[in-house]
Ligand binder design. Structure first.
Ligand code: PDD
Length: 286
């Protein structure tokens, strides 16, 4: 049985209910985070909570808890759910109103929801052969830096990949690569790792930061700058990163091979560094 938290109460996930007048349901008016948990310890919790604050500030919603209270709550959910490795999902919406109205209610009681699911990291075959991606114009709004529950565009874009038998959709806006439908994208060219800069056009990924830190720590040359669509298609390697997918090589884009069409040497290094980092920081402890 999965145990969830809803508005102050721990309860079986299957019994969690919110009002049909909740603005999360009516408008997608809310913020969320997905936090991977390894050996029952949340990965980069402080960074996830910082991004949550940025999203809440960006959508003008008060943070219902300080970081210490969030940490206690998340710890409680981890303890009450099965599995050493989990994926904690938390969501705060602007709560239920008495009538449907785009403008905010005069007083807000947010809906706070936390649950945990088993952490399903990608099957090894996806790392060994790489995954296929499609591309699409990035038709989302201009605050992609906020992790809001208004995810219809991301859902439609990810579904394009699934419809084509692929794993991810790489997004291009005005001739430049922004990110994936639910991941950040890195390119390798001539031994240099290329990463689009954090701005309003992409989510500042927690895994993205880890990958940049690992590149710096291991001396992999890196340029954080706009990456054009042409550069993306002509890359030697492409990777996608996210909390649940970690780092995955993209070896086919729109039916054409990326580089050799096989996961490249830089990916293999980065994947090994990532696992080593996880192992050191999370599993063996301080
Ligand atoms: N999504 N960009 C988008 C649009 C995302 O939805 C995600 C992650 C990322 C990667 O961010 P991070 O490394 O912090 O997970 C980038 C999560 C996993 C989700 O919505 O399920």
């Amino acid at each position: 049985m999965q145990t969830a938290y809803l508005n102050g109460t721990l309860l079986p996930l299957s019994e969690a209910r919110v009002s049909a007048m909740d603005r999360g349901f009516l408008f997608g008016d809310g913020a969320y985070e997905v936090i991977p948990v390894y050996s029952r310890r949340p990965f980069r919790l402080a960074e996830h909570l910082r991004r949550l604050r940025q999203t809440l500030d960006g959508i003008r919603l008060d943070n219902p808890h300080d970081d210490a209270a969030w940490a206690r709550l998340i710890g409680e959910i981890i303890a009450r759910n099965d599995g050493e490795d989990q994926s904690v999902y938390l969501q705060i919406t602007r709560g239920a109103d008495t009538r449907r109205n785009h403008a905010f209610p005069a007083s807000v009681t947010p809906t706070v929801f936390v649950m945990s699911e088993p952490l399903l990291t990608p099957p090894p075959a996806q790392r060994e052969t790489g995954i296929a991606a499609v591309s699409a114009p990035d038709m989302r709004w201009l605050r992609c830096d906020l992790k809001t529950t208004s995810l219809l565009a991301n859902c439609l874009l990810r579904q394009l990949a699934v419809d084509a038998g692929c794993v991810e959709t790489i997004l291009f806006r005005d001739g430049y690569m922004t990110e994936g439908a639910a991941s950040n994208i890195f390119a390798m060219k001539a031994g240099v790792m290329l990463a689009p800069p954090k701005n309003h056009l992409m989510l500042p990924g927690i895994t993205y930061d880890v990958v940049l830190e690992l590149a710096a720590a291991h001396g992999l040359p890196c340029e954080v700058r706009d990456v054009s669509e042409d550069e993306t298609r002509a890359a030697d390697e492409l990777w996608m990163t996210s909390s649940t997918k970690e780092v995955l090589p993209i070896t086919l884009l729109d039916g054409r091979a990326i580089g050799t069409g096989q996961p490249g040497p830089a990916f293999r290094n980065m994947y090994a560094w990532y696992q080593e980092f996880k192992q050191t920081v999370m599993r063996c402890g301080e």
